[in-house]
Ligand binder design. Structure first.
Ligand code: SAM
Length: 251
């Protein structure tokens, strides 16, 4: 049988496609793309087999696409899955396809590559040992309120995606739920011409910054929240360790 390749694509800078992604996209029999027009633009410069199929696979048709993709794989054809930008399955279609392919006992091969969450995290200057990725918050209603409360209670660094026209309302809701103890970084238009990282001491400073701007927030944003400071349980400087070798009882 063939393999399902998960292929990340650039999040802005077209040079960010990896050599391996080019190799895979130039060789597979089938490409399942979130948007076939975007995919064709990406594929245009590549030398590809003439029999290569480009199919759509997005949030509205993945259910009906799964049997088609499984049958290609079972007949020995290799399939690449791409989303519009960044890593498939990360706030993008693909997770259900992966689930079905694994359930069918077929092979999944992930390629590392561009992912807005990781780029924002590493440039944010927030602690990285542990972080929680929450993707997009629900847009309205009770589920949104609950999600905001949940995020406010997360103690580690938090990474969120948000659309520019909802940025202000999300910052406001986070600031209200969270009590304003954490700093934040807004990673905007990463890898593009107007890339910037705006760092604020508090979430309300970020909110005020955008609220008082005449122009509305524009471009793509990833929000990184600092961890909630936790009091250490023990003061490690005061602990003295035994200097004598510890005897290990023989078995
Ligand atoms: N799968 C993608 C990934 O791996 O990055 C994420 C797809 S999600 C539909 C799109 C969201 O990612 C945007 O709304 C924004 O929050 C974030 N994003 C994507 N590109 C970005 C960029 N160049 N700069 C900042 N955030 C970006």
């Amino acid at each position: 049988p063939g393999s399902l390749y998960l292929v990340p694509t650039p999040i802005g800078n077209s040079r960010d496609i990896t050599l391996r992604a080019v190799d895979v996209l130039s060789a597979v029999d089938v490409i399942a793309a979130e948007d076939t027009r975007n995919a064709r633009a990406l594929l245009r410069p590549l030398k590809r087999p003439s029999h290569q199929l480009v199919l759509s696979c997005h949030e509205h048709n993945w259910r009906s696409r799964i049997p088609t993709l499984l049958s290609h794989l079972e007949r020995g054809r290799n399939v690449a899955l791409v989303s519009d930008a960044g890593t498939p399955c990360v706030s993008d279609p693909g997770a259900q396809v992966v689930e079905a392919v694994v359930a069918a006992g077929l092979k999944v091969v992930p390629l590392p590559g561009p992912c807005a969450a990781v780029s924002a995290l590493i440039a944010s200057a927030m602690p990285t040992p542990s972080f929680t990725f929450v993707g997009f918050l629900p847009r309205v209603g009770e589920s949104r309120r609950k999600a905001i409360e949940h995020v406010a209670a997360i103690k580690s660094t938090v990474v969120l995606y948000e659309a520019p026209h909802r940025l202000l309302s999300t910052l406001k809701a986070l600031q209200q739920a969270e009590g304003n103890g954490r700093s934040c970084c807004l990673a905007r238009e990463m890898t593009k011409k107007y890339e910037e990282f705006l760092r604020f001491d508090t979430i309300s400073d970020a909110y005020e910054f955008y609220r008082t701007q005449t122009a509305k927030p524009r471009g793509e944003f990833t929000i990184v929240l600092a961890p909630i400071p936790v009091q250490p349980l023990v003061d490690h400087d005061l602990i003295t360790y035994p200097t004598a070798p510890v005897e290990i009882p023989s078995l």
